[in-house]
Design a protein around this ligand. Structure first.
Ligand SMILES: [Zn+2]
Length: 208
C-alpha cells in the first residue's frame, strides 16, 4: 500500500532543510535542464491538501470539454483532436473523447481506439519535416475529462529532450501560428487517410 499523505509528506520533508526546501538533484543536474543550478532553489514543500479540490469538469454538466464536443481540427463519432495555440514548440495537439470519460473509466472499446489513435497521431506528427519526436502525455490533474497531449519536438534541439520539454515550451517564444496550423492540417489529412474521421466542416482533405 502506498504511503498515506501524512507519511509521504514526513518522508519527503525529512530530506529537506529547515525551510522545508529539498536539495537540487537529478533533473536540475541534467545538462538539458533549462535552469542552471547556481541561484536556483527548490520551493518549500507544502503539506498535503485534503480533501483535494475538485478538478474542472468533475460534474459533466459543467465541463468545458463536453461543451466543446463538436470543436476541433479533426473528429469522428467518438473522438476529436484540437490544436493548442500560443505554444513555444512547433505543434501541440490534444485528443479528447467526445463523451465525458476519464482515462480510468474509459470503456474497453474506446480504450482500444485510444491506443490506435495515439499511434497514428504520433506517427503523423513525427512524419512532419523538421519534427523528430511526438511526446505523449496524459496527466489529468487539472481536468476530469480525458485529454491526451502530443508535443512535437523540433529536430536537432537536443536540449529539448525528455520531460523538461514542457518547461522549455513555456520558456520559448511563441511559435509562428500559421506554420503550426499548416502542420496540424497535414496531420489531419494523414489521419483521415490512415484512420478515418473527418474535418469538422466535412471538407475533403487537402490535395484530393
Ligand atoms: Zn466532459
Amino acid at each position: 500500500m502506498a504511503l498515506r499523505p501524512d507519511e509521504f509528506y514526513d518522508h519527503a520533508v525529512a530530506a529537506a532543510d529547515a525551510e522545508r526546501r529539498l536539495p537540487l538533484a537529478r533533473m536540475t543536474g541534467w545538462d538539458i535542464s533549462p535552469f542552471e543550478p547556481d541561484g536556483l532553489r527548490v520551493a518549500p514543500l507544502r503539506p498535503p491538501v485534503l480533501p483535494e479540490p475538485a478538478r474542472h469538469g468533475e460534474d459533466p454538466s459543467d465541463c468545458d470539454a463536453c461543451r466543446g464536443r463538436d470543436d476541433g481540427i479533426w473528429l469522428d463519432d467518438r473522438w476529436r483532436l484540437t490544436r493548442i495555440a500560443g505554444v513555444g514548440v512547433p505543434l501541440v495537439l490534444m485528443l479528447h473523447p467526445r463523451d465525458h470519460h476519464d482515462l480510468a473509466d474509459l470503456p474497453d472499446e474506446l480504450a482500444a481506439e485510444l491506443g490506435v489513435l495515439t499511434v497514428h497521431i504520433a506517427r503523423h506528427v513525427q512524419a512532419l519535416p523538421n519534427i523528430v519526436r511526438a511526446h505523449v502525455h496524459r496527466i489529468g490533474d487539472g481536468g476530469a475529462h480525458l485529454h491526451v497531449w502530443f508535443f512535437a519536438r523540433p529536430e536537432g534541439m537536443a536540449q529539448l529532450y525528455g520531460s523538461w520539454m514542457v518547461v522549455w515550451d513555456d520558456l520559448l517564444p511563441e511559435y509562428p501560428g500559421d506554420v503550426a496550423e499548416a502542420d496540424a492540417a497535414a496531420v489531419v489529412d494523414a489521419l483521415v487517410a490512415s484512420y478515418g474521421g473527418r474535418r469538422p466542416d466535412g471538407g475533403e482533405p487537402r490535395g484530393t
